[in-house]
Design a protein around this ligand. Structure first.
Ligand code: SF4
Length: 147
């Protein structure tokens, strides 16, 4: 059993969560790391609280009360325009402060976002590849199905 806490970008605070929950069911995107037969539970789902992400300081403590094993920083932090400038800091902070591993990403990157980012220069390619390289290598047809 893996117990997950998910933190989304507050720009998408009204998001239904449909992409994340679909990806979890189908073990796609950053959830591909969990075997299809491994039970997975969401113990918490919250936004960062808005720039510069004050809720990240506190919400992992709440996740831990419910047995959290892993924190996922939602794919919106990667693909937003601009991407979250604090992504790496959030990961480093949560891992150091709470001892929880942090995975960057939830659902696959929607193809239209990937294509736009490749036209823009908002991503530091080396940085994003290091943080979220597993999302970049998703099958194109899967990415398109998340548009
Ligand atoms: S860009 Fe980063 S800090 Fe700003 S709202 Fe989104 S996740 Fe939070």
């Amino acid at each position: 059993m893996k117990r997950l806490g998910i933190i989304i970008c507050a720009r998408y605070r009204d998001c239904s969560g449909g992409k994340c929950f679909r990806a979890l069911r189908e073990r796609q995107g950053s959830f591909a790391r969990y075997a299809a037969d491994e039970p997975v539970e969401i113990v918490g789902y919250s936004s960062c609280g808005g720039c510069p992400g004050g809720n990240v300081e506190h919400v992992p403590a709440e996740f831990l009360k419910y047995g959290c094993d892993v924190v996922h920083l939602a794919t919106g932090l990667v693909v937003g325009y601009p991407p979250c400038p604090h992504l790496r800091q959030f990961k480093v902070f949560i891992e150091a402060q709470y001892g929880l591993p942090v995975v960057v990403g939830t659902h696959p990157i929607p193809l239209k976002y990937l294509e736009t980012h490749h036209k823009l220069s908002l991503w530091n390619e080396a940085d994003m590849t290091e943080l979220a390289g597993h999302l970049m290598t998703e099958r194109r047809d899967v990415m398109e199905s998340y548009n």
